[in-house]
Design a protein around this ligand. Sequence first.
Ligand SMILES: *Cc1c(COP(=O)(O)O)cnc(C)c1O
Length: 468
Amino acid sequence: MNYVSTRGAAPVLSFDDVLLAGLARDGGLYVPETWPEFTTAEIAAWKGLSYTDLALKVMTPFVGDALSQGELAAIINEAYSHFETDSVAPLVDMNDGSQGGEYLLELFHGPTLAFKDVAMQFLGPLFDHVLAKKGARICIAGATSGDTGSAAIEAVRDRNNVDAFILYPHGRVSDVQRRQMTTVDAANIHTIALEGTFDDCQDAVKALFNDLDFRDKHHLSAVNSINWARVMAQVVYYFWAALKVGGPEKSVAFAVPTGNFGNVFAGYVARRMGLPISQFVVGSNSNDILTRFFNSGAMEITGVHPTISPSMDIQVSSNFERLLFELFERDGARVADTLTHFRESGHFNVAPDILAEATALFDAARFDDDETRALIGELHGKTGMLLDPHSAVGLAAARKLRRDNDVPMIVLATAHPAKFPDAVEQASGVHPALPPHLADLMQRDERINVLANDLDALRAFIEMRVSA
Ligand SMILES: *Cc1c(COP(=O)(O)O)cnc(C)c1O
């Protein structure tokens, strides 16, 4: 399988080169040259497979001949051996009494308690394999508002061919999030508490990538959600869940709390591969650029508001570019024009026919912190169940916008409630406990490296620490 850029002007690459490249050179995102398709009968034959065997079926066409079946299977098996349960992503029946049923797909049973582990745990051994084969090494530089950093660190700790430098805003991530990064004792992991905001962290990382000498010298690489391999790994659980509730013979619907549009785009890919999905419900917090788009056809940047679901506090949804490429019938030049204009002016509009095509499949709603807390409290009162604030936004959206009660509604639960204990306690009165493997997190030793928001200081820190 070859990959093309959404802006149409970057070299066509193979799977392993896309993995290492991250962003395309023309500023676009890589997508497969064609979507692999499966018939209903082919998908039906996957019922009853284990999560890892299903992952092998779903990923094989995307990987093409970059890896043998044995190599890919070994990477998948290593990736998901670090999850709390063999089922990787348990599906919980919410017993809402509707004909189709309402379900919660729990994606938070990985090492760092957020859905990002599902893709990152796969990325770790995949990097290892591809780098060893090429005799290469990389230096990952990433900015995090919390969840991506800890998931990336867990995925690449102690790997020989990788150094990771993870920047987070000093004093602006939760204690649990910070400790999941700063208590990891591995020689190749370097966390940086930058004196600034998350946007300063992102700008610093961008500046490193734009320093081409530095970038080439240290083989800088990215693990943010624009990396195609992360999207690919997320496609699997859409099949996994649908097959458990009557798919592919019956249609299903998904509700996804989203910021960067990465998670829900993976669902769109599953649909393109032949999985019958009749509706995607997008849930936003107060940072509602996507909800405003689906309700008006206008994409417009406003400021970022801090919320109790911080992993969705974003200004621009970077993965939306992949959907736009499809809506524009894969016209890369048109995507490039639109997004260049967007960067300059802060907004763009799509024509009514394009919006109609998008809203035939996607609905979206926004929930502020009060509404989110209210749902967490109400659910806990009625069922005893605790949801984290991100998952609660997804459930709220599902309940508001579900089109058909006969179609199973699957809500993606993206974080464990104990990852956001303060918000959950405020909403429900209950302090959620960390699972056993993290029970002593608050007692572990931390190593905190505070750095000024200064590019020279950052470069010097990396030069001093990098192993190659
Ligand atoms: C990252 C994250 C999200 C948003 O995911 P996108 O791929 O950006 O849509 C939602 N919930 C949690 C807990 C996250 O960590």
